[in-house]
Design a protein around this ligand. Structure first.
Ligand SMILES: *[C@@H]1O[C@H](CO)[C@@H](O)[C@H](O)[C@H]1NC(C)=O
Ligand SMILES: *[C@@H]1O[C@H](CO)[C@@H](O)[C@H](O)[C@H]1NC(C)=O
Ligand SMILES: *[C@@H]1O[C@H](CO)[C@@H](O)[C@H](O)[C@H]1NC(C)=O
Ligand SMILES: *[C@@H]1O[C@H](CO)[C@@H](O)[C@H](O)[C@H]1NC(C)=O
Ligand SMILES: *[C@@H]1O[C@H](CO)[C@@H](O)[C@H](O)[C@H]1NC(C)=O
Ligand SMILES: *[C@@H]1O[C@H](CO)[C@@H](O)[C@H](O)[C@H]1NC(C)=O
Ligand SMILES: *[C@@H]1O[C@H](CO)[C@@H](O)[C@H](O)[C@H]1NC(C)=O
Ligand SMILES: *[C@@H]1O[C@H](CO)[C@@H](O)[C@H](O)[C@H]1NC(C)=O
Ligand SMILES: *[C@@H]1O[C@H](CO)[C@@H](O)[C@H](O)[C@H]1NC(C)=O
Length: 830
């Protein structure tokens, strides 16, 4: 039992394998005993389930890794395999897009920690195990070897250390099972910070081991689980949801959609909390079938006129050609193809990994957004300059020749009530230019939703996103913006050239809809400070319109440095003024008009009444930032039932805690994600914005998407000082390709599976995500399996996958791979 193990691992494999099995079986028997006394008979069923599902996973992974296998279980091909993997990483590192190799390190080490016990062979205990000779186990240990090999390849001297670490872990385990072993002090020292992990792990191990199949389960889980934290969170989430579901039964939802019940079912075991073996087996068979079916995904590259900037719903040229009119910018509105595309969008020539925030606010790679026309057109306005390989943004946008911050502070000086970052937290910037306003408002703790129409020559939204500033492609056209009513603290528009005053003020009335009662409209445009006849006329009409809308003129001032005038209006907080008007023009909307209805709803030239009942949202201003992030909104009351079935306030805080735990324990540290490379984040299916709230102290912003068929919780998200929008994932999102660094999908795919083409949704994820971007999915096991094989077929790198009971989690990283074959989308050819 000499402890330095420099020899090839294949020498040790069989024995180590046995030793682990030995330990495991022993521990399992002990625990089985304990469990027999303490728990109900349901647990083993679950555990069996897990192991079976894991088998599945293992099989899949094996398939992938096995390219160069020879028949004997000998190590060298695997070794080479792994070299391949590793050099993949390294070449990527040298390539166009540089990954942080560091990313991988923690994860790999953890994996090693988990795996190593198997390699620690103890010849004396070799004998025991005849009954657990399961073929899966071999593949399992094979894989472990591969992994450890790869680690060795990377850092020869490391393996020694790691082995020691694992030994210390092993000894801890053994002491659990009352087989204490000697270990040297130096090993002790190696344990260091790992000890916490190890401890947690042994905790969770205990739960795992409660079955006849324990040895197998344990092995599998060691292999699959990168970090026990994840598991813990998962367990807890499952628990929470289970009980929630129970509560939920028979209660009335306050939220309009019924789809929520699905969310609960997905993550719970129905049938009085627990499913039967029959159901499980059936599901398992189905999922096996589906994972077999799904191996044959083929992908093609979209052949479209928009090329690498393709946005399916905005580049439907055929539909645009057939529009009866474009007078209201219909050609910039969403015109989604009947069938969402399943092809992948090409990468621009010379694409580089985007520059990191905050540097990206000043400059971005020209090759990533090669729009020379914008630079030519706007160059003289001090907006954008081509500087060598970069596009630079001197000072900000058009308005801010001398600095956006000066402009921002001027606004606050003239209207102190605006109190950036305290009273005003979430704002809407209409016609955002390159979103410099929003980019600099981050320094005042303000979150800005910027929007601008898609325009071939001025891909402003693409620039904004490339700079790490939130923006979507949208236009004030014929439809409502995809936000609920009364959510923005401030709406801003700088020289946005939107014809506010025409058609009964329809467009300004849309801003009135999304503005909170008591919120400000900040308008800086030439009519305020220039005396050209056109400006004078617009000013006169605006004056009339805003008066009729009961907007109070709070301030008209000048930012002398930037040479602009700023008018600030305030939306009323009561209905008094509306009632006093001599003429009901613009009219008050009928009570039947829901101000929150915003998905493909035509604009209405009317105003919604201001809520006055103090239990209603909008009757009071939210608490100041940052208190509003964590405090329960005043209008969530106990008589309402939350999405998870508890009274709404309780539901809300449970969700917050849930995500805080998952994010801090797992996402921030356990997945090998280097968060300094992450800036633009999307939660593709949020409930209360818990995920985004938990990322508050990370330098990212999160677009919270509330699915149109889920309970409408978006107002809660805004009330917390976060932002988001409505979306239907059966269609493409109004953003440019390669605009997000991380996508998070919690039970999104099981939700859309029955309604939309899953492959198209995955293609959309690919479109939105930057190369090397991360994709975290939590969903049912069969969805996870299906997605895993889909993304693998796009050559994405699986960073982590783990499943327990019927829920799983998957973390993958997009690659720069693109298919060769083209698929021409006729409707997108111009
Ligand atoms: C994360 O990435 C940054 C910049 O790419 C790098 O400086 C840093 O060392 C990385 N951190 C880790 C832990 O890998
Ligand atoms: C297993 O680990 C223990 C504790 O470090 C060590 O003494 C023993 O030699 C190891 N066994 C093998 C076979 O490596
Ligand atoms: C293992 O099984 C084989 C055949 O199944 C049997 O010959 C052998 O004695 C068994 N060994 C032990 C240790 O049980
Ligand atoms: C163990 O599995 C291998 C391959 O699956 C098989 O050839 C062998 O007979 C099995 N041994 C026992 C004891 O079941
Ligand atoms: C998981 O939930 C249990 C009870 O619900 C709690 O005692 C435990 O602390 C939770 N674990 C974590 C990591 O929050
Ligand atoms: C989900 O649960 C709801 C009740 O919570 C039930 O009505 C519905 O049938 C369940 N759906 C499935 C697929 O189990
Ligand atoms: C429990 O599960 C069984 C088998 O899946 C099913 O037939 C039965 O209807 C379920 N009972 C309830 C109450 O859900
Ligand atoms: C791509 O689309 C264009 C325009 O329709 C067409 O001429 C060309 O042949 C297509 N390329 C391929 C490979 O299909
Ligand atoms: C406010 O709304 C609540 C709940 O809808 C209702 O019970 C109460 O009577 C209302 N209060 C007033 C003053 O209208």
């Amino acid at each position: 039992m000499a402890q330095p193990k420099y020899t090839r691992i294949d020498n040790k494999r069989p024995s180590s394998y046995c030793s682990t099995v030995t330990i495991v079986v022993f521990v399992a028997l002990c625990l089985f005993g304990i469990w027999m006394m303490t728990s109900s008979s349901i647990v083993p069923v679950q555990t069996v389930d897990v192991s079976e599902e894991n088998k599945n996973d293992v099989r899949e992974q094996k398939e992938v890794k096995e390219q160069a296998t020879d028949t004997s279980n000998n190590n060298s091909p695997q070794f080479e395999d792994n070299r391949g993997d590793l050099s993949d990483d390294t070449t990527k590192g040298d390539g166009i897009v540089t990954p942080d190799k560091n990313n991988d390190v923690p994860e790999k080490q953890k994996e090693k920690l988990d795996e190593k016990p198997e390699e620690n062979s103890s010849e004396d205990t070799k004998t025991v195990n005849n009954d657990s000779n399961v073929s899966d186990k071999k593949s399992d240990s094979d894989e472990n070897e591969k992994k450890s090999d790869s680690a060795e390849t990377g850092k020869g001297s490391d393996s020694d250390e790691n082995e020691k670490k694992s030994e210390s872990e092993e000894s801890e385990k053994k002491s659990d099972s009352e087989e204490p072993e000697k270990k040297s002090d130096s090993e002790e020292a190696e344990k260091k910070s790992d000890s916490e992990d190890t401890e947690k792990k042994s905790d969770s191990d205990e739960t795992e081991k409660k079955s006849e199949d324990a040895s197998e389960t344990l092995d599998k889980n060691e292999e699959k689980v990168v970090q026990s934290d994840n598991k813990e969170s998962d367990e807890n989430s499952t628990e929470t949801k289970t009980s929630d579901n129970a509560n939920n039964q028979g209660s009335n939802e306050v939220y309009p959609s019924v789809a929520q019940s699905e969310l609960l079912n997905e993550s719970t075991i129905s049938n009085g909390s627990f499913s039967t073996q029959a159901t499980e087996s059936k599901d398992e068979k189905e999922s096996q079938v589906s994972s077999k079916e799904s191996t044959g995904y083929t992908w093609k590259l979209c052949n479209v006129t928009a090329g690498p900037d393709y946005i399916p719903c905005l580049d439907n040229l055929k539909a645009i050609r057939n529009l009866p009119s474009t007078k209201h910018y219909e050609h910039r509105e969403r015109q989604c193809p009947e069938e969402p595309p399943t092809c992948l969008v090409p990468l621009p020539e010379g694409y580089k990994r985007p520059i990191e925030w905050p540097k990206s606010r000043e400059k971005i790679w020209y090759s990533n957004v090669p729009h020379t026309k914008l630079a030519q057109y706007k160059g003289h306005q001090n907006w954008v300059k081509v500087t060598g390989e970069y596009l630079t943004f001197p000072g900000g946008g058009t308005q801010f020749k001398h600095g956006a911050l000066h402009y921002i502070d001027t606004i606050q000086q003239s209207v102190p009530d605006i109190a950036w970052g305290k009273r005003s937290r979430v704002i809407l910037d209409v016609g955002c230019g390159v979103a410099s306003f929003g980019g600099f408002l981050f320094e005042r703790d303000v979150l800005t939703m910027s929007l601008a129409p898609k325009d071939e020559h001025e891909a402003q939204v693409q620039f904004a996103l490339e700079r790490g500033i939130p923006a979507i492609s949208a236009v004030m056209g014929t439809k409502r913006l995809p936000y609920p009513g009364k959510v923005f603290d401030v709406v801003h528009c700088a020289r946005c050239r939107v014809p506010w005053h025409i058609e009964g003020g329809k467009l300004l009335l849309e801003l009135n809809r999304v503005l909170r009662p008591g919120g400000f409209f900040v308008w800086s445009a030439t009519p305020i400070y220039q005396k050209l006849p056109e400006d004078v006329e617009i000013w006169r009409e605006m004056k009339e319109l805003t008066k009729a809308m009961c907007w109070e003129v709070v301030s008209i001032s000048r930012d002398k440095l930037n040479g602009v005038g700023i008018a600030v209006y305030k939306k009323p907080t009561s209905n008094e003024c509306y009632e006093k008007r001599s003429k009901n023009q613009p009219p008050i909307c009928p009570d039947s008009d829901d101000p929150n209805a915003a998905w493909n709803v035509p604009l209405q030239a009317c105003m919604h009444k201001v809520p006055v009942n103090s239990t209603e949202r909008g009757s009071q201003w939210p608490e100041k930032w940052p208190a509003r992030l964590t405090n329960t909104p005043y209008w969530l009351i106990n008589s309402q039932v939350g999405v998870y079935g508890k009274p709404a306030p309780e539901d809300f805080s449970a969700d917050s805690e849930h995500w805080k735990r998952i994010v801090s324990k797992s996402y921030l540290s356990g997945m090998g994600i280097n968060w300094s490379n992450v800036r633009n984040v999307m939660d593709m299916r949020t409930v209360y914005g818990g995920f985004a709230a938990a990322l508050k102290d990370v330098n990212v912003w999160v677009m919270n998407v509330v699915s149109v068929n889920s309970p409408d919780t978006l107002p809660i998200i805004y009330e917390r000082g976060l932002f988001g929008m409505y979306h239907d994932w059966c269609e493409s999102f109004s953003t440019y390709p390669r605009s997000y660094d991380l996508l998070h999908a919690d039970h999104l795919f099981s939700n859309v599976k029955n309604r939309c083409n899953l492959k198209a949704v995955v293609a959309e994820v690919d479109r939105i995500l930057r190369p090397e971007g991360k994709f975290i999915v939590r969903d049912t096991v069969d969805i996870i399996n299906e997605l895993e094989s889909m993304v693998k077929s796009m050559q994405w790198e699986v960073r982590m996958t783990y499943s327990k009971d019927k829920v799983g989690i998957l973390c993958v990283q997009k690659s720069i791979w693109r298919p060769k074959e083209l698929e021409t989308l006729e409707y997108a050819i111009g």
